[in-house]
Design a protein around this ligand. Structure first.
Ligand code: ZN
Length: 282
């Protein structure tokens, strides 16, 4: 955070330096856009292939073949979910929150992609439907489905409060991945990564630039839907923060299950093919 009383004197042209207009780091004019009409046409004929109910303060795994869809739905009450994605055939290819943020901004919605880490850097999933897209940005600068947070974890909790809490999303995701893959917990933990904060309402305070959260606007019936661009192994944690209106590393908040449904289209979207890994250096 910036000091209230800076130790370094401002130069004579400080105001002029501050007045320089920003430029977008990563203009997306050249970024290939998903064919949403084609994806939605395929979605219209899709049938459900399975569902997973994620209990409060726990995580569950699910698999989605390339070319299929998955939907994360709010069930009984406002609840935030922490989502991790891996290439189902290679855990070293995983969701890259930071570059996704650099490309699409702080909060995702329809048409945005979840990109994989280097050196793969390809779309893992494309958001095809978001019932909370009406929210936009509120007067605090907050919005939903962020890629600016990380995931609640017991180490930061310990650092700040001194306690031991065992159902942070980091721990839930670790246990779920270990159970699914047979990896030892310590090894599985290394594969857990920064998440897409599904339904979470977050931002940065305007005065201090601090990460904030507020009660999620999600309600039962809301959903976020994705198209799997590659074969996916996914983990979703129903955050112990519930709607994240107060705290997120305790059993205090009201928490609710999240429902994941997987759907297969009758035929792959027209013109779609799984994206190859990034071509740099090939
Ligand atoms: Zn959490």
């Amino acid at each position: 955070m910036k000091p209230d009383l800076p130790e370094s004197p401002a130069p004579a042209d400080a105001d002029a330096r501050r007045a320089v207009a920003p430029v977008i780091c990563y203009p997306v004019d050249t970024l290939p856009r998903p064919d949403l009409a084609g994806l939605r046409a395929a979605r219209a004929g899709a049938h459900k292939t399975g569902e997973v109910l994620v209990p409060p303060r726990e995580a569950r795994m699910f698999r989605v073949p390339a070319g299929h869809f998955f939907r994360i739905a709010c069930t009984k009450g406002p609840q935030v979910g922490d989502l991790n994605l891996w290439n189902a055939a290679d855990l070293s290819e995983r969701f890259y929150s930071g570059k996704t943020r650099a490309l699409h901004g702080t909060h995702l919605s329809t048409g945005d992609r979840m990109w994989s880490c280097l050196p793969f850097l390809r779309p893992m999933a494309t958001i095809t439907d978001d019932t909370l897209d009406w929210y936009g940005f509120d007067s605090f600068g907050g919005s939903v489905h962020d890629v600016i947070g990380t995931r609640c974890d017991p180490y930061t909790h310990r650092l700040l409060s001194g306690g031991n809490y065992h159902h942070c999303c980091h721990s839930n995701l670790t246990r779920a991945l270990a159970a699914e893959t047979g990896l030892p917990l310590a090894e599985a933990e290394g594969h857990v990564h920064d998440v897409l904060n599904v339904f979470m309402c977050t931002g940065f305070t305007r005065d201090t630039g601090q990460y904030f959260m507020k009660a999620s606007p999600v309600r039962p019936g809301d959903h976020l839907e994705f198209f799997a661009e590659i074969d996916l192994l996914a983990a979703l944690s129903a955050c112990p923060g519930g709607d994240c209106s107060a705290e997120h590393s305790s059993d205090t908040a009201a928490c609710f299950p999240l429902l994941v449904e997987t759907l297969a289209p009758a035929a792959p979207p027209r013109g779609w093919a799984p994206p190859p890994r990034n071509g740099y250096g090939a």
